[in-house]
Design a protein around this ligand. Structure first.
Ligand SMILES: CCCCCCCCCC(=O)SCCNC(=O)CCNC(=O)[C@H](O)C(C)(C)COP(=O)(O)OP(=O)(O)OC[C@H]1O[C@@H](n2cnc3c(N)ncnc32)[C@H](O)[C@@H]1OP(=O)(O)O
Length: 214
């Protein structure tokens, strides 16, 4: 594995474990008590970076500050299993910056219901959410539903039907549920709705990973 972050699975590969970690310590402490505010501020930065047209002077000022901040963060990077972004289950979207912040209204082996909000950062065009971000949210929440039902899975296919425009800055509801299972295969369905209006629906196949499978 190469790159600044050493690849996705450095520790597991070193240990010869392979595959996903079956025990990821879930703690609300990594990153500190204000970590959620930090992630939210990063999201606001991305929204404003997407929306802003800075002057040359302002651009250069922000650029030098950002470089200093990135140097600070480079000094504390760790592997994915311990990085709070993605593992802080107490935070919206597990603290994952890329995802639209979502929180669960209900979750269980039959399926999950989440509320989420896309923001300026997720703009596709003409005030609508980019279809790729819809796919990201649907894959994430279906993956969690598959995980709750079966264990550690990966998406084999995901088909999304964009039924109507998905709005920014609006509380939406995303439901994902298990349709049927066949051996390692879990077939799921999902809907993304703005009130009574369906923005998208989806069907997907998730495969339960074998022990040690990456
Ligand atoms: C707390 C963390 C929460 C995280 C939630 C986040 C969720 C995000 C989920 C993801 O985005 S995962 C990343 C995107 N997906 C991938 O990168 C998967 C890449 N593909 C693979 O790794 C493998 O192809 C896969 C694991 C999906 C399947 O490979 P396997 O070697 O394990 O299984 P195999 O190919 O033998 O297929 C098993 C069965 O599924 C069937 N199958 C596999 N892929 C299929 C497909 N695409 N369409 C239809 N059937 C498919 C296959 O025919 C077979 O059917 P049978 O058992 O009846 O023979």
């Amino acid at each position: 594995m190469t790159g600044e972050f050493g690849g996705a699975l450095p520790a597991a590969v070193e240990e010869g474990v392979g595959g996903f970690r079956t025990t990821i310590e879930n703690t609300t402490e990594r990153g500190g008590v204000n970590y959620g505010e930090f992630i939210e501020e990063v999201r606001t930065f991305m929204d404003r970076a997407r929306a802003a047209c800075p002057t040359t002077e302002l651009n250069d000022d922000i650029l030098s500050r950002l470089r200093a901040i990135n140097d600070l963060l480079k000094g504390v990077t760790i592997d994915e299993w311990y990085a709070p972004s993605g593992t802080r289950t107490d935070l919206p979207a597990r603290g994952n910056i890329m995802l639209p912040p979502y929180t669960f209204l209900d979750q269980g082996a039959d399926g999950v219901v989440a509320t989420l909000r896309f923001r300026r950062f997720h703009l596709g065009g003409n005030s609508a959410v980019h279809g790729g971000y819809v796919g990201l949210a649907v894959d994430e929440v279906m993956g969690l539903a598959a995980g709750l039902a079966r264990g550690i899975t990966r998406t084999a296919y995901l088909t999304i039907n964009y039924r109507s425009v998905t709005p920014l800055d609006t509380d939406l509801e995303l439901k994902a549920w298990v349709d049927r299972t066949e051996g390692r295969k879990t077939f799921l369905r999902a809907t993304l709705s703005d009130g009574d209006r369906v923005c998208a629906d989806a069907e997907a196949l998730f495969i339960l990973l074998n022990p040690g499978q990456r």
